[in-house]
Design a protein around this ligand. Sequence first.
Ligand code: NAD
Ligand code: SER
Length: 316
Amino acid sequence: MTQKKVLVTGAMGQIGSELTGELRRRYGSENVIATDIRKLEGKLAESGPCDILDVTDRAAVFALIHKYGVNTIYHMAAILSATGEKHPSLCWNVNMNGSINIMDAAVELDLGTVIIPSSIAVFGPETPRFDTPQETILKPKSMYGVTKVCGELLSNYYVKNLGVDIRGVRYPGIISSETPPGGGTTDYAVDIFYKAVEEGRYTCFVKEDTMLPMMYMPDCIKATIDLAEADKEKLIHCCEYNLSALSFTAGDLTAEIRKHIPDFEVTYEPDFRQAIADTWPASIDDSAAREEWGWKPDWDLENTTRDMLDKLQARG
Ligand code: NAD
Ligand code: SER
C-alpha cells in the first residue's frame, strides 16, 4: 500500500489543529504536513512538518503538493459565517478559489482522497428546521452558506466528471477546548465554557431559545477520518453528508453548565449573528451518514459539558 502523505490546510484553526494531531498519531508525524496562511506555532510546529500556505495562491498549492509528495488532503482553510458576513468577497475568494485550487491539484496531480468540509450553513429559512433531511432546499442567506452550497455542487462535479475522490460532511457547530473557534455563528457554544470557568458570567450573542445542531470535537475528528477511510463504493452522498450529534438551545447549555457551576450568570444580547442562526436548522437527520459509512456519535450534552469544564478547569 502507498504511504499516505497528508496535507492539512487551515491547520491552525479550530478543527485543523486537533485533526492534525490525530492524523499524525495514525499515519506518523513525518507524513502529515500542517499548513496555514498564518505562521504555524506550538504543538503543531513542534510535532511534524509545517509550512505557510495561502490556498488562494494556486502556484503555491501545486508547489507544496510536489515538495512533500502529498497524496491525501484535508482542506480545512476557510472563512466562517460571521467573518464572512463582514467580509463577503474575502469569504468567496478563500472558500471558492481556495477549494478550486485544491480540486484542480487533485485532478492534475492525480491525488487520492480529498476532504472538503461543508456546513449546516448550506440550509436556509425555507429548509425544514427540525430533522432537516439529507435532500432538501438549499437556499442559504449568508455568503458563507452560499460558498458552502457552491462547494458541494463543485465537489460533486469534480467527482462525477473529473474522477476525483472528494468527500465532505455538513459539520454542525463544533465545541472544543484546544483552539478557539475562528469567527462563526456557533462560537457562543464554545465561548460560554471559557467565560464560565474564567469569569463566572457570560453575555451570549444569541437568544436563550436559539436551538442549533452541535458536536463535540472528538466526534468531529472521528467523523472526518472515518469518512476519509470509508469504502468509496458505499458513498452515495459523498460530498455533503448531514451529520448530527447534539441539538440544544443556548438556555439548555447554560442550565447544563450550572449543574457544575451553580452561580454561573448568563445574559442574552443578540447581535448580527442572531439573524444567521435564525436561518439554520435546529436538528439534523443524518441517516445517510449512518447507513453509508456507519456514522454514530459518542458524546451527548452531559458528557460534553463535563469534559469541557474538566479540561478548562485543569488548565487553571
Ligand atoms: P477556523 O476559522 O477555526 O480555521 C480556518 C483556518 O483557515 C484558520 O487557521 C485560518 O488562518 C486559515 N485560513 C484562512 N484563510 C486562509 C487562506 N487563504 N489560506 C490558508 N489558510 C487560511 O475554521 P474551522 O472551524 O477549523 O473550520 C474548518 C472547516 O470546517 C471549514 O471549512 C469550515 O467551514 C468547516 N466548518 C466548521 C464548523 C465549526 O463549527 N468549526 C462548522 C461547520 C463547518
Ligand atoms: N460553526 C460554523 C459557523 O458558525 C458553521 O459552519 O460559521
